[in-house]
Design a protein around this ligand. Structure first.
Ligand SMILES: Cc1cc2nc3c(=O)[nH]c(=O)nc-3n(C[C@H](O)[C@H](O)[C@H](O)COP(=O)(O)OP(=O)(O)OC[C@H]3O[C@@H](n4cnc5c(N)ncnc54)[C@H](O)[C@@H]3O)c2cc1C
Length: 427
């Protein structure tokens, strides 16, 4: 059996690895000139910084065992709790203002109650249909009492979701929250990839026997009873099966010139992709440590959230900006200067110590068209049941087609699932 894998992100490379371990011949096709996809490490003379995925949570066992496979230890971080700044007032992340804590508690309480009603297949629960149509923002508006509390719950959720709550469906958010409640360890964002996330994917790809064809942009897929054919820039490749690992906004652009299931097309249309960007600022030194500050902050300033992102000797602060603000900043003529100005309001030495900066615009990146999966209203019923299902010889993997949507862990889970699917199919 020969399997074509499209996409050399972590899900594609893991799929190829596991297929080869099962004795299957594999060829990988990738649009970019590198592996890693949304895991992209920027190497600097003094260290490195992550432009895309960066954190592994302590219960993301697949990601942690993958590091162990390569003799690596997950790297801890010491930035929590960070500073919180709202309208010029300052608090600490694990102990914000009493009104904000009260609103956050009310949200947690109500969400926990609702989560008890959600089964593993919430799309079958007709009585939850209204929750699926509703936005998370309208529910927050209903439950929060103080404007500061409303801002705080938005800031925390936006950071996890990569989106404004007005673009997120309540039921979809609750499905993710349920997952979070089921965690035995409450710790989030606990570790980073030592040496860089992209270099892990590069090391995985070096174990492959089959070729990776870079600069191969998939645009069309055909199949018949015997085989599947893919077209990349006028070149055609044949296989017994294909595993496509592209994110949904990119999938929508691929041609499937045969009778393709409507529910699958609707699922790709419905599911959202978070509008998230990173703006990285590189400095001469970690001047924030002199101010007894670890570099982490959530604020109502335009950068929303920053953290000390440079590894090894790199002195960098990365702003992680989500939702409409991300679109607005990405549109500016000089987004780096805008973010630097905002950071200087809270860290006055920033201007003086600044060396250079970069925008990592995942919203307009043609091979991601968004940062990671975000469940828009309607996604639970119209998208979730159809995302992972194969269509004949065409199989689907990627973070979106998993139970850990948005995470590296999901990309790895989808690889394991799709490999089982292909092996069970026989040929
Ligand atoms: C800013 C940001 C922050 C994030 N933070 C975290 C985090 O802290 N923790 C976490 O777990 N996850 C995080 N993520 C998400 C994580 O990076 C992704 O879930 C994961 O990398 C997705 O892997 P994938 O293989 O499913 O998709 P991708 O990495 O997108 O792989 C798909 C591949 O397909 C290629 N491709 C696209 N179109 C075509 C085409 N037409 N033809 C051929 N190839 C094509 C792409 O170039 C890419 O290499 C973050 C992502 C971003 C952008």
């Amino acid at each position: 059996m020969k399997v074509l894998v499209v996409g050399a992100g972590i899900s594609g490379i893991r799929t190829a690895q596991l297929l080869e371990q099962a004795g299957i011949e594999v060829a990988v096709f990738e649009a970019r000139d590198r592996v890693g996809g949304r895991l992209e490490t920027i190497n600097l003379p003094e260290g490195y910084v992550e432009a895309g995925g960066e954190w592994i949570d302590s219960d993301q066992q697949r990601a942690i065992s993958l590091l162990t496979e390569f003799g690596l230890e997950p790297e801890g971080h010491e930035q929590f709790p960070g500073r919180v700044l709202y309208q010029g007032e300052e608090a600490v992340e694990d102990h914000v203002w009493p009104d904000a804590e009260a609103d956050a508690r009310a949200i947690h309480h109500e969400a926990t109650e609702l989560c008890h009603q959600i089964s593993p297949e919430p799309w079958l629960q007709d009585h939850l249909a209204d929750l699926d149509k509703r936005t998370l923002a309208s529910w927050f508006d209903h439950l929060c009492i103080s404007p500061r509390g409303r801002w705080w719950v938005e800031a925390v959720t936006r950071s996890d979701e990569g989106e404004d709550s007005s673009a997120v469906g309540l039921l979809g958010w609750l499905v993710g929250y349920k997952h979070y409640l089921e965690r035995t360890s409450g710790e989030m964002s606990a570790f980073r990839f030592p040496g860089g996330a992209q270099s892990l994917v590069a090391r995985m790809s070096e174990t492959l026997q089959g070729d990776i064809f870079f600069d191969h942009i998939l645009h069309s897929v055909e199949q018949n009873e015997e085989s599947v054919q893919i077209w990349c820039k006028g070149e055609m490749a044949f296989g017994d099966r294909v595993v496509i690992t592209l994110p949904p906004p990119v999938l929508r652009k691929i041609e499937f010139p045969f009778d393709f299931p409507d529910e699958k097309l609707k699922a790709w249309e419905t599911i959202g992709s978070a509008r998230a960007i990173k703006v990285t600022l590189r400095f001469k030194r970690r001047f924030w440590l002199d101010e007894k500050w670890q570099g982490r902050m959530l604020s109502n300033l335009p950068f929303q959230q920053i953290w000390d992102s440079g590894r090894e000797g790199a002195a960098c602060l990365s702003a992680y900006i989500c939702g409409q603000a991300a679109v607005n900043i990405a549109r500016q003529r000089d987004p780096v200067a805008g973010v630097l100005r905002a950071v200087s309001e809270v860290a006055p030495l920033a201007q003086e110590e600044f060396v250079e900066g970069w925008l990592h615009d995942w919203i307009h990146d043609p091979y991601s068209l968004g940062a990671f999966t975000s469940l828009t209203p309607g996604s639970v019923r119209d998208a979730l049941p159809h995302l992972a299902t194969p269509v004949g010889r065409i199989h689907f993997a990627g973070e979106y087609a998993s139970s850990w949507q948005g995470f590296v862990e999901g990309a790895l889970e989808s690889a394991e699932r799709v490999v089982e699917e292909v092996l069970e199919s026989g040929r």
